[in-house]
Design a binder for this molecule. Structure first.
Ligand SMILES: O=CC(=O)O
Length: 304
């Protein structure tokens, strides 16, 4: 795409514009910085020729599905291809947050040594609470099993089959997960229900000294409330790949020594990107051949 701003993109898709007769859009997460949200404002402006949008990512919180469905435009995301990279990143952040590895790195780079670093914690004997047990949540669970947590519990919209649970215990009440978990690990999608799900009230229900890990979407956590809870020590440490206002994490997250941080890098690896682009392209090819997408977003399953 050559548009450089939302205004230009709108001109480009309007009659006479360079994309005025497109049939399929293949898009990446980063394009949201140019086009802005694919929302209701764009609904009357989409070319009549546009039939499908294939997104190269799992999270599609920047695409409003309802107005696209009304225009008869099919939307796909990708699921499996993001799982290994995101879960690997999650494991790094979880261990890093438990063991204070980011602070260790800062100390040693500044000429210091281990005597300047308070003792951290091992995962063994702790309770890991996974919020959201889709593909990524389950891959996080798999990576956590060898770490000898005392228990792995999960909260999900519905309980999984025993084969999918693989020993993780279902809690039907989210407050219960907050109450018993030493590590709260976030793996649910961002939508109206999960926006600021982890706010000051939710944080207050968690154990004192809880460790929080988020590789899902930043806005699931109220970032200011998280900063406040880190400052009081109620939250002991966090591992974050995603932020409420990317690319600008809250400045206090950057300076707090109990924060392990990476810049939305979950799938920033050759292998992940290759698999993701292939999966999105397979949707494009399927649409051209059959008029159907392979992995339509859940809201559109069975509709087209
Ligand atoms: O953040 C990455 C994705 O949604 O695939």
């Amino acid at each position: 795409m050559e548009s450089t701003s939302r205004e230009e993109f709108i001109r480009d898709i309007s009659p006479g514009g360079r994309y005025s007769s497109i049939a399929i859009i293949w898009r990446r997460f980063a394009s949201v910085n140019i086009t802005g949200r694919l929302d209701a404002e764009l609904a009357p402006l989409w070319p009549k020729t546009l039939k499908a949008i294939c997104h190269t990512g799992a999270g599609y919180d920047h695409i409003d599905i309802a107005p696209l469905t009304e225009c008869g435009i099919q939307v796909s995301n990708i699921t499996d291809a993001v799982v290994p990279g995101t879960a690997d990143t999650n494991l790094y952040l979880m261990l890093g947050a438990l063991r204070n590895f980011s602070f260790c790195e800062r100390v040693v780079r500044n000429g210091g040594w281990i005597d300047q670093i308070p003792l951290a914690h091992d995962p063994r004997g702790k309770v890991l609470g996974i919020l959201g047990m889709g593909g990524i949540g389950r891959a996080v669970r798999d990576r956590a099993i060898p770490l000898n947590f005392d228990k792995i519990v999960y909260y999900n919209r519905s309980r999984l089959s025993p084969e999918l649970e693989k020993g993780a215990e279902y809690v039907s009440d989210l407050d219960k997960l907050y109450e018993i978990s030493d590590v709260v690990n976030i793996n649910c999608p961002l939508n109206k229900e999960t926006h600021h799900l982890i706010d000051a009230t939710a944080l207050a229900k968690m154990k004192k000294g809880v460790v929080i890990v988020n590789t899902a979407r930043g806005a699931i956590i109220d970032e200011q409330a998280l900063v406040d809870a880190l400052e009081t020590g109620h939250v002991r440490s966090v591992g974050l790949d995603v932020f409420e206002h990317e690319p600008r994490p809250h400045p206090k997250l950057l300076t707090n020594e109990n924060v392990v941080i990476v810049p939305h890098a979950g799938t920033h690896a050759v292998e992940s990107r290759t698999d993701m682009e292939m999966a999105a392209l397979e949707n494009v090819i399927s649409f051209i051949k059959t008029g159907k997408l392979i992995t339509p977003v859940p809201e559109q399953r069975g509709l087209f």
